[in-house]
Design a protein around this ligand. Structure first.
Ligand code: 2AM
Length: 182
């Protein structure tokens, strides 16, 4: 596996990466939310749901990281995003599922266990599934308007590299890991 760069480390995370149709359906929430909350609209082609954030990993360990993720034995599942919400602490507007489907919780737990077993460090924050839609937004604690539900069919998860550019972050899918159908 190559990152296509000569950098010694890469900023990486594991995520659920939607299909084009799922991505377009979530992007359709953005204009109305932007009108209300302002801030910066996240580019539709970068919308994702982070599972585990690692940060900088030495490029010569990326192959070991990919092999660690291949040990994860998760199942495919459906993930419905039902509401737009706001976090004041980091000023993001995000899409949220109504609940965490059990196979998603198991996937994150299994992935974290495999990463720990292979001595990879990662952000230990409790997992709260979300797709960031706007950054630097402004809203209070009133509910945001209802949005049309978007159902993701989660069939795989991805290892993604993040490289900042002027328009926000630029993401590159380094590897895909299929989930099993029950
Ligand atoms: P966010 O959208 O809530 O900011 C790439 O930065 C992805 O990793 C984003 O989806 C971001 O979540 C998530 N992430 C989780 N922990 C992070 C951290 N400590 N630093 C930067 N991004 C983090």
């Amino acid at each position: 596996m190559t990152t296509g760069s000569t950098e010694k480390s890469a900023r990486v995370f594991f995520a659920l990466w939607p299909s084009d149709a799922e991505r377009a359906a979530l992007a359709a929430w953005q204009p109305a939310l932007h009108k209300l909350c302002g801030g910066r609209i996240i580019r539709a082609n970068t919308l994702h749901n982070t599972l585990v954030f690692l940060g900088n990993v030495e490029t010569d360990r990326l192959e070991a990281l990919r092999l660690a993720a291949r040990e994860v034995g998760g199942k495919a599942f459906q993930l419905p995003f039902v509401a737009a919400r706001y976090w004041g602490h980091n000023r993001i507007v995000y899409a949220a599922p109504g609940s965490v489907p059990p196979p998603l919780a198991l996937l994150v737990r299994d992935l974290e266990q495999r990463l720990s077993a292979h001595r990879f460090a990662f952000d230990q924050r409790p997992y709260q599934p979300h797709v960031t839609l706007l950054r630097n937004a402004k809203w209070g604690d009133a509910p945001l308007p209802g949005m049309r539900e978007v159902r993701w069919q989660v069939k795989d998860f991805e290892l993604v590299q993040s490289a900042p550019d002027e328009g926000g972050a630029n993401y590159r899918v380094l590897a895909r890991f299929p989930l099993r159908f029950p």
